[in-house]
Ligand binder design. Structure first.
Ligand SMILES: [Zn+2]
Length: 245
């Protein structure tokens, strides 16, 4: 048995018995870890009511390799993102994003870079105007799965490998996972045409720098269509179960 002290976010909570809860934690050091918090629903619980979603926590638990559910011994609040829980739109967008994390993260496998995205993303969500939560969600869905190696090819044709250099606007193929040049497009089905503005937007959604996207007007031409493409790409390539997307 070992004692683990690490940072965590609550992904899911399931009531157990009269006073306990089993939490699925996304921990920085060990990835997704289910833990039992005994007595957490008692009025004077030692966990002090900090185990809620959208909270950056520091946790201590006893870990045994032969057990599926570990025993939580302590939890302290690092940061609370109250601007999320004060807005229904932000809470729904954040909730859907957490469901995506739950669906794509493997159990007990460290995912440090993905973990470090969470406080950054939640901090941005707090500052996101309600009209832009869909843009926040789409960008961070793409960013989360990019940490698992899922990102589209946007600089060369996925069929022939020819660089896409701006002299033509490519099409996009969800199934093939990237852009298709005008020549290869003739022999393929299911490609979506992109206008130059939509191609530029698609690049912004898959760019590491969120600030570029934040500067754009929320009614930018083609934004809704590109958001749909990005979500469809993530759903298809991250192999999401129905309901997770
Ligand atoms: Zn081609």
């Amino acid at each position: 048995m070992s004692i683990v002290r690490t940072y965590a976010f609550v992904l899911k909570a399931i009531r157990f018995g009269d006073t306990s809860v089993i939490y699925r934690l996304f921990t920085r050091d060990q990835g997704v870890v289910p833990v039992m918090a005994r007595g957490v629903r008692r009025p004077k619980s030692r966990f002090g009511g900090v185990l809620e979603p959208f909270r950056h926590l520091q946790v201590i638990y006893y870990s045994r390799d032969n057990r599926d559910i570990q025993t939580l011994s302590g939890a302290e609040l690092v940061t609370t993102y109250s601007a999320i829980t004060e807005s229904l739109e932000r809470m729904e967008a954040g909730g859907r994003w957490f469901r995506l994390l739950r669906a794509v993260l493997p159990d007990r496998a460290p995912a440090v870079t993905m973990f470090d995205l969470v406080p950054v993303a939640l901090d941005r969500l707090c500052r996101t105007p309600v009209a832009r939560t869909s843009r926040w969600e789409t960008f961070h869905r793409a960013a989360a799965v990019a940490h698992l190696g899922v990102s589209p090819e946007l600089t060369m044709c996925v069929a022939c490998g020819r660089p896409v250099d701006g002299s033509e606007t490519p099409s996009f193929s969800i199934v093939d996972g990237g852009v298709v040049c005008s020549q290869c497009r003739r022999e393929r089905t299911g490609c979506r045409s992109l206008s130059p503005a939509e191609y530029a937007l698609l690049n912004l959604y898959h760019h590491p720098d969120y600030e570029l996207l934040e500067q754009l007007d929320e009614n930018a031409n083609g934004d809704a269509k590109v958001r749909d493409l990005v979500r469809e790409f993530v759903r298809y390539h991250a192999d999401l179960r129905p309901g997770a997307a």
